[in-house]
Design a protein around this ligand. Structure first.
Ligand code: MRU
Length: 346
């Protein structure tokens, strides 16, 4: 199966190579990130996006930014690393994976023995481990989640929680990829996911490329699809899961969960343990990123609303745990009541 790799090291090992997701599905273009501006711009503008992928790109990007500083004094390097990490962290506040990954690399830097070159080498090993571990976590999510799928299961997903959003085969899409590997044929539907169309542009693109048929609908059609044609399962990803199981994910997830409950459709969230945030007690504490009005007023640069009209544009919403039937992580299948007291337990 042709699974895309969204983030990797450049051939010289000094930069980060990403797929520029803003250009999909029209063009598959890779971009190299080497400076702090490259990294912050790519994450802020969603050239690289999806909670695990921005964690990986942030961690690797931090190393790339510091790579030229191997001859610096070590205390200066550590101060520069903290400042660069602050700038990267500030780009997108909702996905916990970004700050989690940056903290891992910073902790490794401060524990490292030796000079700046040795410290940068240790940071690079940590960032690579974050990428490799994410790939493995995606695979395990797929293996736990495939138990929910049978031949003919009709699955509805939202946004893109696939290979483009992670270091591996995705989170919400991982069970679908594993099912395909095992010859289980599921029917996949995806909301286009306005305003930035990650569902139609990215999920439909990567599934089609992998040879998995998918049907696209606009967000407002999901409830009607459940009533008129039937959906067996909704599966979505997450940007942050609070200790009580409240889930922040792409705007529209909450409405989908309400529609799913009304139609008795199980609502499943798939996420790696790096997306669990035990320090956030409930969804009320999660900071929701607000984005620019033009994302709502335009599609693909073409105005779809009067210039200057007010627009509401939260990038994410919070689905209360009471609407979530199951949370699949790399460590297993969790059912209510959720109590994520540490990132490795339920
Ligand atoms: O704004 P985006 O495209 O970064 O939002 C992505 C999502 O909401 C995904 O569902 C989530 O990050 C999980 S990706 C495995």
């Amino acid at each position: 199966m042709k699974i895309i790799q969204s983030v990797r090291w450049t051939d010289d090992g000094l930069g980060v190579r990403i797929i520029d997701q803003r250009l999909l599905p029209a063009r598959l273009v890779e971009r190299e990130l080497r400076s702090l501006d490259d990294v912050t711009d790519a994450i802020r503008t969603l050239a690289v996006r999806g909670a695990p992928a921005i964690g990986i790109a942030g961690a690797m990007g931090l190393v790339a930014v510091l790579a030229p500083n191997a001859k610096q004094r070590r205390d200066t390097l550590l101060a520069d690393a903290r400042n660069a990490a602050d700038a990267i962290r500030a780009t997108r506040p909702t996905a916990v994976n970004l700050s989690w990954a940056l903290e891992r690399v910073l902790a490794r830097a401060s524990q490292a023995d030796g000079d700046s070159a040795a410290t940068i080498a240790a940071m690079r090993r940590e960032a690579t481990a974050i990428l490799d571990e994410d790939r493995e976590m995606c695979r395990r999510i797929g293996e736990h989640g495939v138990s929910l799928l049978r031949d003919g299961t009709r699955v509805l997903t939202h946004c893109n929680a696939g290979a483009l959003a992670t270091g591996g085969i995705g989170t919400a899409l991982a069970p679908i990829y594993v099912a395909a590997e095992r010859g289980i044929t599921v029917e996949v539907f995806v909301d286009e996911s306005r305003p930035l169309l990650q569902g139609s542009r990215l999920t439909a693109w990567e599934l089609t490329r992998a040879g998995i048929p998918v049907t696209v609908l606009t967000d407002g059609m999901a409830a009607s699809l459940m009533r008129e044609r039937g959906i067996d399962l909704c599966v979505v990803g997450a940007d942050r899961i609070a200790a009580n199981g409240d889930v922040a994910n792409k705007i529209g997830t909450y409405g989908l969960a309400i529609a799913a409950r009304y139609h008795d459709v199980p609502f499943v969230v798939a996420a790696p343990t790096s997306t669990l945030d035990p320090s956030t007690k409930t969804g009320e504490e999660i900071i929701i990123e607000e984005r620019g009005a033009d994302e709502v007023r335009c599609i693909g640069g073409v105005a779809t609303a009067p210039a200057g009209v007010d627009a509401y544009n939260p990038a994410f919403d919070v689905t209360p745990a009471s609407l979530v039937s199951t949370i699949i992580t790399d460590v297993g299948v969790h059912r209510p009541p959720y109590n994520f007291v540490s990132a490795r337990t339920s």
